[in-house]
Design a binder for this molecule. Structure first.
Ligand SMILES: Nc1ncnc2c1ncn2[C@@H]1O[C@H](COP(=O)(O)OP(=O)(O)OP(=O)(O)O)[C@@H](O)[C@H]1O
Length: 229
């Protein structure tokens, strides 16, 4: 469902921390409706680039352009899986509602309630809506993070190693669900991962950070040899 229209473009991006260059001359395009993986060895700069895209870090040089010409984009973010304490009190529903920003909890508009209902359904959390998140499984918690990221109807969803430390069936369930959202409603996805088989199976194209440079290609062509520490 990817289109030729770019949602986002990185133009000649470079990042240097205290005179230490991480990457330079990074150019890429994320087409609207595509599901793209961002891969690279440890320390190659994936998280740094993600932080630039989230607008929490300014690149040393270069810029990020969106379809509107400037960096104004609704972005959803799913972090790496971290377990929550068993006594974490918020229900799945309340956890998702935290990201509905237009009104303070619990005064939600009819539109927000409908969005919440739809997202819980899409992420298969309806039956767990009132369950404290601390009591749910790892995969269910990660689906709650996904629902929270989706509830503001993002144009771009960034998944930052969301399946690290989840078991095989659960990670396929999560990324399979994201792929479904990508194909059915044209959600544009950037999937940051070390897991090349997952990148090959679920994404259209890859962006690879290697030795401070970026290359790209069809995700099906990704091999272990392309990534060296
Ligand atoms: N705020 C910072 N100040 C100084 N150095 C930093 C900062 N943030 C990241 N770095 C360094 O930049 C390099 C790239 O880090 P980054 O976390 O982006 O890599 P990564 O590809 O996401 O790694 P991993 O796969 O291990 O998560 C690392 O050497 C890191 O130590």
């Amino acid at each position: 469902m990817a289109t030729d229209k770019p949602l986002l473009q990185g133009q000649d991006l470079a990042m240097t921390f205290a005179d230490r260059p991480i990457f330079s001359h990074v150019n890429f395009t994320i087409p609207r409706g595509a599901m793209i993986s961002l891969v690279g060895a440890n320390g190659s700069g994936k998280t740094t680039l993600t932080r630039i895209l989230l607008n929490v870090l300014k690149p040393t040089t270069g810029k990020v352009l969106t379809s509107a010409g400037e960096q104004r984009l609704r972005v959803g973010y799913v972090p790496q899986f971290r377990n929550l304490d068993r006594d974490y009190p918020l229900s799945a529903e309340a956890f998702v509602q935290l990201n509905q920003l237009s009104h303070f909890w619990p005064w939600h508009t009819t539109k927000e309630k409908r969005q919440l209902h739809d997202i819980l359904k899409e992420t298969r959390l309806t039956k767990l809506a009132k369950t404290p998140l601390g009591m749910t499984s790892g995969g269910e918690k990660q689906r709650a993070y996904l629902a929270q990221a989706l509830v503001n109807d993002p144009e771009l969803l960034i998944l930052d190693e969301p399946t690290a430390s989840l078991d095989v069936a659960v990670k396929h369930e999560l990324i399979g669900l994201v792929r479904q959202l990508n194909q059915q409603r044209g959600l544009t996805v950037l999937f940051v991962t070390h897991d090349l088989p997952m990148a090959r199976e679920y994404t259209d194209r890859y962006l690879l950070l290697q030795n401070g440079q970026m290359t790209s290609g069809n995700a099906a062509a990704l091999t272990d040899e392309m990534i060296t520490d």
